[in-house]
Structures are given as C-alpha cells and as structure tokens.
Design a protein around this ligand. Structure first.
Ligand code: ATP
Ligand code: MG
Length: 204
C-alpha cells in the first residue's frame, strides 16, 4: 500500500506488556514515529508475555488493552492493537510480525524496542526470521546501554527520544503504596484505573 505521499506505508510495531502503559511508552512511540518517518504505530498488547510468565502477576490482557486504548485515543497515528490477545496463549513477536506481514504484504515493518529489550534479543524466538522481516527502531531508555553487535543480524536505526525514567514496575509499586500516578500515566488511563479499581492494594 502507498501512503498519501505515494510511498510505501511504513508501519511501526511497538509491543509491550503495558502493565500499565505510561508516558515513557507514549513519548517513545510518537518520537519513534516521527524520527523514523512512520505512518502509524501499532501498540501491540502482549497476551501472555513469555518473559514475565510465572515471575509475577500480569494484569488481565483486556484491562491492559483498555488502558492503551484510553491512552492513545485522539493521538494521531497511534493505535491500540489486540492481535496478540485475539491469538491467545503466549505472545511471540515473530508470530505477530508474520500476521501483520500477511495482512499488509506491501508495507514496510519497523519494530520499535527500548534499549533494554534490544539487549536481550539472543533470548528471543525466531530472531533470524524476525530480522528478515523488520527494521529495528531502537529508542534510548534510562538505565540501559545502547545495544552492541546488532549489525550482524539486524537492519536497524536508533531514534533519540526524551529520557524518561519511568517504568510500569515503579508505577505498580506507586499504586500499591498510594503514591501519585499523575503525569506519569495519561489522565484518560488514570481515570480508567480509578473507575475500575485496578492496580489497587486489594487486587495484588
Ligand atoms: P515493566 O517494568 O513491567 O517491565 P516497562 O515499563 O519496561 O514495564 P514494557 O511493557 O515492559 O514496559 O515495555 C514495552 C516497551 O517499551 C519495551 O520495548 C521497553 O523497552 C519500552 N519502554 C518502556 N518504558 C520506556 C521508557 N521509559 N523509555 C523508553 N522505552 C521504554
Ligand atoms: Mg519492561
């Protein structure tokens, strides 16, 4: 498919557990979109993130998806994507990318990852297949070094984004301890959390 400028559509795929989504994710997504000239960014909510499976309680996928939907509503070019939830089971990025490629065969696919994730690719399923299908867009993240030695396997580019030292892990702790979430999570998503009593002490 071509975009309005008559060029191949460039789709960004930004996967995460988003438990919960925060402004670090969103700033990374919009800056990766503009820095890599992407037409849109799919915020792909993991169903069961295999890296976290069994290590801690992950909140239900539908709740995490609802928060992403609330967070991106009205933001041009960012879309909540439930593909991994509809597929069910453990979520592997290679399966997701193959599905998106089938749906949009003529488009260019860009996989957006933070520096922490980019340093862990040696543990991923189907890395070589993935590398053949996508260009990586690596965004900086406080506390994580730039990954090295990617060039042998991947086509990649690095996009500088505002360094926001925010993590879902910290936000879950804040919620339990009653510390503020404001300005770290978009207000639309905070409203959903409050209305549905998510991330409260009683449900941990
Ligand atoms: P957790 O602490 O539960 O692991 P998280 O904040 O790391 O949560 P994830 O859902 O694990 O969020 O991350 C999804 C993607 O977003 C990953 O590629 C990660 O590197 C990236 N990311 C998360 N937070 C930031 C941030 N503050 N700046 C840049 N990238 C980020
Ligand atoms: Mg993480």
């Amino acid at each position: 498919m071509e975009n309005e400028a008559g060029k191949l559509v460039r789709i960004g795929i930004f996967g995460g557990t988003f438990d919960p989504i925060h402004v670090g994710h969103l700033a990374a997504a919009v800056n990766a979109k503009s820095g890599a000239n992407l037409d849109n960014v799919l915020m792909v909510v993991a169903n069961i993130p295999w890296q976290k499976d069994g290590l801690r309680k992950v909140h239900p996928a539908q709740e995490r998806l609802a928060l992403v939907e609330a967070a991106v509503s009205g933001v041009e070019g960012l879309e909540a994507c439930d593909l991994e939830i509809r597929r069910g089971g453990q979520s592997y990025t290679i399966d997701t990318v193959i599905e998106i490629k089938k749906r949009f065969p003529g488009d260019e696919l860009f996989l957006i990852v933070g520096a922490d994730v980019a340093s862990e690719f040696d543990t991923w399923e189907g890395v070589d297949d993935l590398a053949a299908l996508v260009t990586l867009v690596i965004v900086n993240r406080p506390g994580s070094n730039r990954p090295t030695n990617l060039g042998a396997v991947w086509n990649y580019l690095e996009v500088e984004v505002p360094s926001l030292d925010i993590s879902s892990t910290d936000l879950r702790a804040r919620a339990i301890e009653g510390r503020p979430l404001d300005y770290l999570i978009p207000s639309s998503a905070i409203q959903y959390i409050r209305e549905h009593k998510l991330y409260g002490q009683d449900e941990q």
